[in-house]
Design a protein around this ligand. Structure first.
Ligand code: ADP
Ligand code: MG
Length: 474
């Protein structure tokens, strides 16, 4: 039982010297395995990636529920991306209120008008969940959001089960190791990228990693790039600026960068407003208009917005995408929590009243990705009081606040004191699909990652800083 680890941790926390020694062993092992991160912008100064000393207990059923629903989320994201009318209707109010979404949408309009050049579609997404604590003590899977572009954090996380098993063996809990599932999403991401590259059908063409930072390769990308290299696929890494400077489209709209043809663009940047300069917008448009397979393309990027998530939770909307599959609808809907529109309509007025009445029960989310943007408690009141009377409020959605099951763990991060801390875990499940025209040629559940945050009352209760973690079944 996973509670054995919880008991052990509680006892260990009364022996600071033993706890410190175990934490040091875990950190050293992480360094040896290459579970690293760069520090403060230096290519050669590294430390271990932040992680938890022990795995987090998660009910086996909830974990499998998340894995099983993922192939349906893959299909759903793909269907939404093929429905420009749905995107336009759903995002209409957001576009009015939010310049960033409006500019992304302009790119979609432009591409739709020109006619899409590429019928190969590659989607790599990550659906994120928390485990909600029910009154009866059980925990239920609840979706936080689905990321169609900001779907990172693979790579380093593959090492965490190895570290956790090592720690459990060291403390005499080796029998628990079998309850820790492997993390191996990187291999699946490589498979999906390779499939799209192969369908593009040009052996000399490369995969472009569109990244923010050119100075060093994130450790999360290093393994993936090696996996591609082993398959005989070359890649290049460019940021918006360098795509703008050295990219061009030929008369067939094939994308060339530094004279090399690009088969697949893997966007690891471009989901936050500050990622873009005017040259960045130009570069995004050029890539989008090109024949290269985009991961994600602009419509899939927009399918991952919080406004779309809110629309999907409305009665009857999932049914439109899965007309004859009530079981699929049920499986997807079972992961949803309350999501409410703030559009200028009676329903939106009700949302405002409900949020002002009990702000503690909700999270106010602007149309942003990438962390640190949401509002809680008094900030919900402050913002809604300011925007409730006009269309600015449509830049947000309101979401029921998930009350996560609280566990205790030791968070290992350079400079952080070693102590037992209340934490909440978040599960992410990676999915990938490749569509070639009308045919889905790959639809895979690639695996999971776990990240755990301290409960420190800074961000409405949960810290913004996530530690790599893994789960242990019970
Ligand atoms: P982002 O696109 O910025 O990652 P998320 O929707 O994932 O936005 O929210 C960021 C974080 O806020 C989540 O990782 C989670 O810790 C917390 N959070 C988001 N939605 C909820 C919710 N409904 N209830 C409780 N916490 C939430
Ligand atoms: Mg998120």
């Amino acid at each position: 039982m996973a509670t054995a680890t919880a008991r052990f941790l509680r006892d260990l926390s009364t022996d600071p010297a033993a706890l410190e020694a175990l934490a040091n062993e875990a950190k050293e092992f992480a360094l040896e395995l290459g579970a690293l991160r760069h520090t403060e912008g230096s290519p050669e100064v590294v430390t271990y990636a932040p992680f938890t000393l022990f795995p987090t207990p998660v009910p086996r059923d909830a974990f499998h529920q998340a894995l099983e629903v993922q192939s349906h989320f893959n299909v759903l994201m793909d269907k939404i991306s093929q429905d420009p009318r749905f995107l336009e209707d759903t995002l209409a109010s957001t576009i009015e209120a939010d310049d960033f979404t409006a500019r992304l949408f302009d790119i979609l309009k432009r591409v739709e008008k020109e006619g899409r050049t590429q019928s190969i579609v590659l989607g790599i997404n990550r659906s994120d969940y928390m485990f909600e604590q029910s009154d009866d003590g059980t925990s239920r899977l609840k979706q936080v959001e689905i990321n169609t572009i900001a779907a990172g954090a693979f790579g380093v996380s593959d090492n965490i089960p190895v570290i956790h098993r090592h720690i459990l063996r060291l403390v005499g809990l080796g029998d628990q190791c079998q309850s820790i599932p492997d993390c191996n999403s990187t291999a699946g991401i490589a498979r999906a990228l390779a499939k799209a590259w192969q369908l593009y059908g040009q052996k000399e063409a490369v995969i472009l990693f569109h990244v923010e930072n050119l100075h060093f390769v994130s450790f999360n990308h290093r393994n993936l790039q090696e996996m591609l290299r082993k398959r005989g696929i070359s890649f290049m890494r460019k940021n918006f600026e360098s795509v703008y400077e050295s990219g061009r489209l030929d008369s067939d709209k094939r994308l060339f960068i530094d004279g090399v043809e690009v088969a697949v663009v893997f966007h690891r940047d471009g989901f936050m407003p500050h990622h873009y300069t005017e040259k960045g917008w130009e570069a995004k448009l050029m890539m989008e208009r090109s024949l290269a397979v985009k991961c994600p393309d602009i419509s899939t990027h927009l399918a991952g917005t919080k406004k779309v998530q809110q629309e999907l939770a409305r009665p009857g909307v999932l049914e439109k995408f899965f007309p004859d599959q009530p079981q699929v609808v049920e499986q997807i809907r079972a992961t949803f929590t309350g999501l409410y529109t703030l559009d200028m309509c009676p329903e939106g007025d009700q949302t405002v009243a409900m949020a002002l009445d009990s702000p503690g029960n909700f999270v106010l989310k602007p149309q942003r990705e990438g962390g640190g943007n949401n509002f809680y408690e008094d900030n919900i009141v402050r913002i809604l009081e300011e925007v409730k009377g006009d269309a600015r409020r449509a830049a947000y959605i309101l979401m029921e606040r998930i009350r996560p099951k609280v566990e205790h763990n030791v968070l290992l991060r350079r400079g952080l004191p070693i102590k037992l801390t209340p934490v909440a875990a978040e599960l992410g499940v990676f999915g990938a699909y490749v569509r070639n025209g009308g045919e889905m040629v790959l639809n895979e559940v690639l695996g999971h990652i776990m990240r755990t945050k301290g409960i420190d009352y800074e961000d409405g209760g949960i810290s913004r800083v996530a530690m790599y973690d893994n789960l242990i079944h019970y």
